[in-house]
Design a binder for this molecule. Structure first.
Ligand SMILES: [Zn+2]
Length: 284
């Protein structure tokens, strides 16, 4: 609406320069600009991004792309692509990288993406004490709040591994647990075509796809992938927009079927610690 108005005005101005302005044009130009009515609540900088109309996933086909272990070093490029394609994502952040890249975390929040807690140092919660799980999650809550002004609202345990202690802490912190039901194996293949094919193979309505914003090829294939998903009728949304999310209770696992999926951890770089060791470090 705004840009088409601008085009009309630009056209009028060009016309005005070439010939004598018509009365109507002239009158239009000299009309005083409407003064915005000041109100007690007017805060011009309070909301940098105007809230777009929310997508109703009960009526349209949705899918959620989720990115773990960030903010990765390519997060800014990924955010620019998501913005261009009007797509929302969910970032499961590691506290240690929020500390090193707070501006990226802030941008994720400013641009309307969901932020989840993926621990501070990425240990296996199934091998951690309940005290350590609590500490990992709380430290991350604090560092994200400091960087973005908001607390994460969901937990994704590293490698998707969780046990009763994880659920106990999630209940204490009043947060649901978000896993996934489709992988990309981006961390393993590091190949644009393979990532593209794997995501499309696993894409389904209301699906949750696991990806990583520290994998360069994930970020570079994203424009093509978003174009194809749109072509297939998908709206790419944050996890919180998916049906069933809003009624989750603390410690509930989402998507519900993910809790029973035995092959889930095959999507995450869990098998070979060497794969993971070189993942999101600066300079890799
Ligand atoms: Zn992870």
């Amino acid at each position: 609406m705004k840009s088409s108005t601008r085009i009309v005005l630009a056209g009028s101005c060009a016309l005005g320069l070439l010939s004598a302005p018509t009365t109507a044009w002239s009158a239009e130009q000299h009309k005083p600009a409407p003064t915005p009515k000041p109100t007690a609540t007017a805060k011009p900088t309070a909301k940098p991004t105007p809230a777009p109309k929310p997508v109703d996933c009960t009526k349209v086909k949705c899918i959620a792309l989720t990115f773990d272990d960030g903010p990765g070093k390519y997060a800014d490029k990924l955010l620019a692509t998501l913005k261009k394609h009007n797509a929302k994502a969910t970032f499961f952040l590691e506290g240690q990288y929020v500390k090193s890249r707070p501006a990226f975390a802030k941008l994720m929040v400013t641009e309307g993406h969901d932020i989840g807690n993926h621990s501070y140092t990425h240990p296996k919660f199934t091998e951690s004490s309940i005290e350590d799980i609590r500490e990992e999650l709380k430290k991350t809550q604090d560092v994200v709040k400091k960087a973005t002004g908001k607390y994460p609202t969901t937990i994704r345990p590293p490698y998707g591994l969780l046990d009763d202690d994880t659920k106990t802490v999630a209940a204490e912190m009043k947060m649901p647990i978000v896993l996934w039901n489709g992988g990309s194996r981006d961390w393993a293949t590091k190949n644009e075509k393979a990532i593209y094919d794997e995501v499309l193979k696993n894409a389904k309505r209301d699906g949750v796809i696991l990806m990583h914003d520290w994998v360069a090829q994930t970020v570079t294939v994203m424009p093509k992938l978003l174009t194809e998903l749109k072509k297939q009728g998908y709206h790419v949304v944050a996890v919180s927009s998916l049906p069933g999310f809003k009624t989750l209770k603390p410690a509930d696992v989402f998507p519900a079927a993910a809790a029973q999926d035995k092959d889930l951890s095959a999507d995450s770089p869990t098998g070979d610690p060497d794969d993971f060791a070189q993942s999101p470090e600066d300079g890799n």
